[in-house]
Design a protein around this ligand. Structure first.
Ligand SMILES: NC(=O)c1ccc[n+]([C@@H]2O[C@H](COP(=O)([O-])OP(=O)(O)OC[C@H]3O[C@@H](n4cnc5c(N)ncnc54)[C@H](O)[C@@H]3O)[C@@H](O)[C@H]2O)c1
Ligand SMILES: CC(C)[C@H](C(=O)O)[C@@H](O)C(=O)O
Ligand SMILES: [Mg+2]
Length: 370
C-alpha cells in the first residue's frame, strides 16, 4: 500500500475544531491498515498571518504543491479585519486555488433523508435532493485585472473589479460538468447573466458549442443566474449538475447549503487538470462554510462538511470511492439516530458537540468495519 501525503491546513475559527474530527478518522483508517496516510500540518489564513505576516508562507505553499492532496478547514475572522488586503486570511486560500490551478470546484448539495425537516424549506421541496454545483474557481471577477481602488482626487474613489473569462477556461469547466452529468442524471444547467455581461454571452456561446460538439447525449439548459437562485429555493430537485462562474458559484452554493439543512453540511473538492502521464491531479478539499466566528471556540460546530470533504478526497484523488461511500453512510446513520449538532437541531434526539459528532461518525464506521 503506497503512502498518501495529506497536507492539512486547519486555519482559523472553527477550522481547527472540525479538522480535529477528520484527523481522528484518518488515524483510525491508518490503524486499521485501510490506508496509509501521512499527515503534514501547516498554517493558512489568520493563523499564518499571525505567525509569518502572510496568509500562507512560501514553505507551506511548497508543501501544498508536493502533497497528494490538501485538506483545508476555514480561514478568516474579525480579528484580521484591519490587515492589508493582499495578506488578509482569504488571500491564502485564493493563492492556493490559483497557484495549484484548481479550476474545478465541485460542491455537492445532498439532503440526507433524516435532515429533510432541518431545512428552512418544506420537506417535499428538499427530500431526496442531490445536486452538484460545478463552480469555476480560478477565473472571473476573483482574479481579473484591473482590480483596484483609485482616488479620483475630488473626494471620490472608484473601485474596479474585472470579470474575465477566456474560451479555454469555460470549455474546461464545461467538460467537468458534462462528464459528471454522464455519471449522474445526465443533465447540465449552465448559468450566467448574458443579458448584462459580455462574459455571460461568451459563457453561453462556448458551453452551447461544447455541448453540440462533444456532449450531444447530455441534456443542456441555460438559466440566468438570478432566476436560477430563485429556482434553487422554489424547485431545487429539477437540477442535476449546475455549471457556473466563480462568483455566481460562490453565492449559489451558500444558497444550496440551506437546502441540506446547514452550511455545516456542505463539503467541496477543488480540482486541477489531470496529468495525462501520472493520471494524478492537484486537489484541495474544504468545506463550503467559513470560520464561523460566531460559534468558534464553543465546541458546537458541525464537522460533517469537513468529514464529507475527506470522503471527497478519497473518491476524487485516491480512487477509494467505496471507502468514501462508507464514510457518507456513517454520517447518514448518525443523523438517522437523531444525533445532531446545534445547527441541524430540528428533530434531534440528542445535541452533540463537535467532538461528539466526530466520535459518533467514527463509531458508525467502526461498527460497519467489524
Ligand atoms: N473556505 C473558507 O475558508 C471560507 C468560506 C466562507 C467564508 N470564509 C470566511 O469566514 C469568515 C466568516 O464568514 P461568514 O460568517 O460570512 O460565513 P461562515 O460560513 O463562517 O458562517 C455563516 C453562518 O453559518 C454558520 N456555520 C458555518 N459553518 C458552520 C458549521 N460547520 N457548523 C455550524 N454552523 C456553521 C455560522 O455559525 C454562521 O452563522 C469570513 O472571514 C469569511 O471570509 C472562509
Ligand atoms: C473565503 C472566500 C475567499 C471563499 C470564496 O469566496 O470563494 C468562500 O466564500 C468559499 O465559498 O470558498
Ligand atoms: Mg463562499
Amino acid at each position: 500500500m503506497s503512502i498518501i501525503k495529506l497536507f492539512v491546513l486547519p486555519g482559523d475559527g472553527i477550522g481547527p475544531e472540525v479538522m480535529a474530527e477528520v484527523e481522528k478518522i484518518v488515524a483510525w483508517l491508518n490503524s486499521e491498515g485501510v490506508a496509509r496516510f501521512e499527515i503534514e500540518k501547516g498554517l493558512v489564513g489568520g493563523a499564518a498571518f499571525d505567525a509569518h505576516g502572510a496568509a500562507i508562507s512560501e514553505a507551506d505553499m511548497a508543501r501544498a504543491k508536493a502533497a497528494d492532496a490538501v485538506l483545508l478547514a476555514a480561514v478568516g475572522g474579525p480579528k484580521w479585519d484591519g490587515v492589508p488586503y493582499d495578506v488578509r486570511p482569504e488571500a491564502g486560500l485564493l493563492r492556493l486555488r490559483k497557484d495549484l490551478a484548481l479550476f474545478a470546484n465541485l460542491r455537492p448539495a445532498i439532503c440526507y433523508p433524516a435532515l429533510a425537516d432541518a431545512s428552512s424549506l418544506k420537506r417535499e421541496i428538499v427530500e431526496g435532493l442531490d445536486l452538484m454545483i460545478v463552480r469555476e474557481l480560478t477565473g472571473g471577477v476573483y482574479f481579473g485585472e484591473p482590480k483596484q481602488i483609485i482616488d479620483l482626487g475630488n473626494g471620490q474613489k472608484r473601485a474596479i473589479d474585472t470579470q474575465v473569462y477566456d474560451t479555454y477556461e469555460i470549455e474546461r469547466i464545461g467538460r467537468v460538468a458534462f462528464d459528471l452529468a454522464r455519471k449522474r442524471r445526465n443533465k447540465v444547467t449552465s448559468s450566467e447573466k448574458r443579458n448584462v455581461m459580455k462574459s455571460g454571452l461568451l459563457w453561453h456561446e462556448v458551453i452551447s458549442a461544447l455541448h453540440v460538439r462533444e456532449y450531444p447525449d447530455v441534456e443542456l439548459e441555460h438559466q440566468l443566474a438570478d432566476a436560477l437562485g430563485m429556482q434553487l429555493v422554489r424547485r431545487p430537485k429539477q437540477f442535476d449538475v449546475i455549471v457556473t462562474d466563480n462568483l455566481f458559484g460562490d453565492m449559489l452554493s451558500d444558497v444550496a447549503s440551506m437546502l441540506t439543512g446547514s452550511l455545516g453540511m456542505l463539503p467541496s473538492a477543488s480540482l486541477g487538470e489531470k496529468d495525462p502521464a501520472s493520471e494524478s491531479r492537484k486537489a484541495l478539499y474544504e468545506p463550503v462554510h467559513g470560520s464561523a466566528p460566531d460559534i468558534a471556540g464553543k465546541g458546537m460546530a458541525n464537522p460533517i462538511a469537513m468529514i464529507g470533504s475527506l470522503a471527497m478526497a478519497l473518491r476524487y484523488s485516491f480512487e477509494m470511492g467505496e471507502l468514501a461511500d462508507r464514510i457518507e453512510r456513517a454520517i447518514s446513520l448518525v443523523l438517522e439516530k437523531g444525533l445532531r449538532t446545534a445547527d441541524i437541531a430540528g428533530g434531534a434526539k440528542q445535541i452533540l458537540s463537535t467532538a461528539q459528532m466526530g466520535d459518533a461518525v467514527l463509531a458508525e464506521l467502526k461498527a460497519a468495519h467489524s
